[in-house]
Write a protein that binds this ligand. Structure first.
Ligand SMILES: C[S@@+](CC[C@H](N)C(=O)[O-])C[C@H]1O[C@@H](n2cnc3c(N)ncnc32)[C@H](O)[C@@H]1O
Length: 282
């Protein structure tokens, strides 16, 4: 797992956010506002000028620029930028033209039949699945334990709310159904009292050898370096099974083994992923 080495702020209105994030991460904050840098190649050159970048070493920094918060993975060869986004064109297109209740994830979680389910997304990551679940109607609590990833999602949620209030009230309704918590999901699930248990627990732990498009592969590579290998996912399933009222859904690459030794009740297969469903009687 690689921790961020610094937070760099390029945008004046985000200065306080940059400083407070650096404090939370206990890393230096670099104020680059006076440089008036906007374009990606200039950001890359600036970062190169600030850090010694060794061939064999990976570095990660968080940057605030005009379009939001990004995590940048730096190697001698390339700079990879990742971010969470809940209001851009790609997300909007998926929301409006996606399969809605016919999406595999809607069927696997049960949202296709009951759209008011409460869902605990115990492995939030960049929040893509959580957003799909909320756009179908689910009330989604997202748990993320890695502070850098949590910060990306938190920033993207705030940005999307601001955007939605100005021009997309439907988006605000969706975002109001999403709640983000920085925690370890196992401890969080163990601390939930009986009356507050979610209907569904959704798990999508890191899987090292996913076959994905080049772009997604790069993103996964960054996520993997920052997050590690989620080696406690078997334990997470065990705890999830006693936490969910109705079911636990585990997203797996299509050909991967099921998580843990518990019996899968049924499976929904997609093009590259599948959803294993465990029915609970809690
Ligand atoms: C493969 S990513 C999830 C991607 C996500 N489904 C999406 O749509 O963006 C797995 C994420 O789960 C998080 N995670 C894994 N185990 C966790 C745990 N026990 N508690 C909290 N977060 C966890 C990892 O830090 C990582 O960010």
């Amino acid at each position: 797992m690689i921790k961020a080495s610094a937070v760099i702020t390029f945008e004046s209105k985000l200065l306080l956010k940059g400083e407070s994030l650096a404090k939370r991460l206990s890393v230096p904050h670099i104020d680059a506002i006076s440089k008036q840098i906007i374009k990606k190649p200039d950001i890359v050159s600036y970062i190169r000028s600030k850090f010694e970048i060794k061939v064999s070493k990976l570095k990660v920094v968080l940057i605030y620029q005009n379009s939001g918060l990004y995590l940048v993975q730096i190697t001698k060869k390339e700079f990879l930028f990742i971010c969470a986004n809940f209001h851009g064109n790609t997300v909007k297109y998926r929301r409006q033209k996606g399969g809605g209740k016919n999406e595999m994830i809607a069927k696997a979680t049960g949202l296709s039949i009951d759209s008011n389910l409460s869902i605990l997304d115990a492995t939030c990551g960049l929040g893509r699945d959580a957003f799909i679940l909320a756009s179908i109607g689910g009330y989604v609590t997202m748990i993320e334990r890695i502070v850098e990833i949590h910060a990306l999602v938190e920033g993207a949620l705030m940005q999307a709310v601001e955007w939605g209030k100005l021009s997309d009230p439907k988006l605000v309704e969706i975002l109001n159904r999403m709640k983000l918590i920085k925690a370890d999901a196992i401890s969080h699930m163990l601390s939930i009292n009986r009356d507050s248990r979610p209907d569904v627990v959704y798990l999508d732990p890191m899987f090292p050898t996913r076959k994905k498009s080049a772009k997604v592969k790069k993103e996964m590579n960054v996520l993997h370096n920052v997050v590690g290998s989620d080696s406690d996912s078997h334990e997470m399933l065990r705890v999830a099974l006693s936490c969910a009222r109705k079911r636990v859904v585990v997203k797996r690459p299509k050909a991967a083994q099921a998580l843990g030794c518990e019996k899968v009740n049924y499976t929904f297969k997609g093009k590259s992923n599948r959803y294993d469903v465990y029915i609970c009687a809690n």
